[in-house]
Design a protein around this ligand. Structure first.
Ligand SMILES: [Zn+2]
Length: 93
C-alpha cells in the first residue's frame, strides 16, 4: 500500500515524468509530457520501504530492476531523482 493511497493508481517508472509533492499535494511535471502519455512516478521518491517489492518493467535505459523503496537503493542513485522531504529526512540529506 502506497502512502498517500492515491499514489497506487499511478505506475512506477525509473524514468518518471511526474513527481508528487505530497507535502503540498501538488503534481509536478519533470519533463514535457505528450498528450495521451501515461503519468509515471518514481515510487522510491515517496516510499521508504515497501511491504511488497516488484520487478520493474519500465524498460527505460536506467531501469533499477527490483523496486522496494528508497531504503533499498544506493544514495548515488537516489540523489539523481527528485525526492520527497520525508525521504530526504530518512536519508539525512
Ligand atoms: Zn524500471
Amino acid at each position: 500500500m502506497l502512502d498517500p493511497e492515491c499514489l497506487q493508481y499511478i505506475n512506477h517508472s525509473c524514468n518518471p515524468n511526474v513527481f508528487f509533492d505530497t507535502e503540498n499535494m501538488v503534481l509536478i511535471a519533470l519533463r514535457n509530457i505528450e498528450i495521451g502519455e501515461e503519468f509515471t512516478f518514481f515510487y522510491p521518491s515517496t516510499e521508504w520501504s515497501m511491504d511488497k517489492g516488484f520487478s520493474c518493467i519500465c524498460q527505460t535505459e536506467n531501469c533499477l530492476g527490483y523496486i522496494q523503496g528508497a531504503a533499498h537503493l544506493p544514495l548515488d542513485v537516489l540523489t539523481k531523482y527528485k525526492l520527497s522531504v520525508y525521504i530526504q529526512q530518512k536519508l539525512g540529506i
